[in-house]
Design a protein around this ligand. Structure first.
Ligand code: TYM
Length: 335
């Protein structure tokens, strides 16, 4: 039997999960999870590159695990774990920091964006963040990394670091590929459709959360910014708001963009907003209900992340030991 290929991906618990995280990443995580050997992590170490309230971080981390499962990822056949529970991430990240160049880290769009938004907290972790992300991926010898479009550059950097390292020490790391969906990879803010929908811009009302009530979702879509024309056509450059609504509808209903355009031909923006709102409500309803149920069962969630941490550590430590050996570290005495 052919061995299953490996997937790794993660989401920061720095805010609530959004429709963007779902359509860009989680939906595909679930779809791919039957075919691949999947490691899905909650990257709490990444989250502290911006200041977090400890109590909220703890709660969000657990709620995020419940939402992973509620999205349809089977926690038995896949490995779900919390990044800080597997010390190899921090350990490999240090090593990779020594193989990631200042110049390439300086070019990362996410670093530039986040430092522009948080001028008072441009910490070193924010800068070296991609080396930790590279460690996340490379520890598991992942073949595929399902992410939204904004992570393309980080996966590319991961490949470059891995190729550089392998060039010196031989084939230590598998070179991973990104998996970015054709549609849904860049869901835009409903109020500012030229900005990405983001968990850090909830207040303005342009962001849908996975746990939002049906009422809130419908209201947010009714208020979605469109344009002063009337035609429902997909044209991202000139009609970003309408195109975003079409794309969300297309991904939620599994209809092609042209089928959606045909369905709404001659209709007004009001009916588009109503239909998209309804489709999102129906997509998220089972996820929300299951997540809320699971969030009550802390003992179950604990059993999942404990099991996940030990499974993940087995694979991660193998890679870490190989790396330590290759770079010339003396094996640590077993205590
Ligand atoms: P994060 O936590 O910002 O986002 C999680 C995932 O959701 C996708 N995403 C979106 N997709 C479409 N439209 C949107 N508006 C949208 N917003 C978010 C992101 O592309 C991502 O796939 N650095 C990563 C986390 C990470 C990681 C990893 C990912 C750490 N280590 C290893 C993969 C592999 C991040 O900040 O994602």
């Amino acid at each position: 039997m052919e061995e299953k290929k490996t997937i790794l991906s993660g989401i920061q618990p720095s805010g609530e999960l959004t429709l963007g995280s779902y359509l860009g990443a989680l939906k595909n995580w679930a779809l791919l999870s039957n075919e691949f050997d999947c490691f899905y992590t909650i990257v709490d170490m990444h989250a502290i590159t911006s200041r977090q309230d400890p109590k909220e971080l703890r709660e969000r981390t657990l709620a995020q695990l419940a939402q992973y499962i509620a999205c349809g990822i089977d926690p038995i056949s896949n490995t779900l774990f919390i990044q800080s529970h597997v010390p190899a991430h921090a350990q490999l990240s240090w090593v990779l920091n020594c193989y990631a160049m200042f110049g390439e880290l300086s070019r990362m769009t996410q670093f530039k964006d986040k430092s522009a938004k948080n001028e008072d907290n441009i910490n070193a972790g924010l800068f070296t963040y991609p080396a930790l992300m590279a460690a996340d991926i490379l520890l598991y010898q992942a073949d595929l990394v399902p992410v939204g479009d904004d992570q393309r550059q980080h996966v590319e950097l991961t490949r470059n670091i891995a190729i550089r390292f392998n060039g010196i020490y031989g084939d230590v790391f598998k070179i991973p590929e990104h998996y970015i969906p054709k549609f849904g990879a860049r869901i835009m803010d409903l109020q500012n459709p030229t900005d990405k929908m983001s968990k850090s811009a909830i207040a303005a009302g342009g962001c849908i959360l996975l746990l939002d009530t049906p009422d809130d979702i419908i209201k947010a879509f009714r208020r979605a910014v469109t344009d002063s024309e009337t035609q429902i056509v997909y044209d991202v450059a000139n009609k970003p708001g309408v195109s975003n609504l079409i794309e969300i509808y297309s991904v939620c209903t599994d209809k092609s963009i042209s089928d959606v355009e045909a369905q709404f031909a001659g209709l007004g923006y009001g009916s588009l907003k109503q239909e998209v709102g309804d489709a999102v409500v129906e997509t998220l309803r089972p996820i929300r209900e299951e997540a809320l149920r699971l969030m009550e069962d802390k003992a179950y969630l604990e059993s999942i992340y404990k099991e996940g941490a030990s499974k993940a550590a087995l694979t991660a430590n193998k890679t870490l030991n190989d790396v330590y050996d290759k770079i010339g570290f003396i094996p640590a005495p077993i205590s």
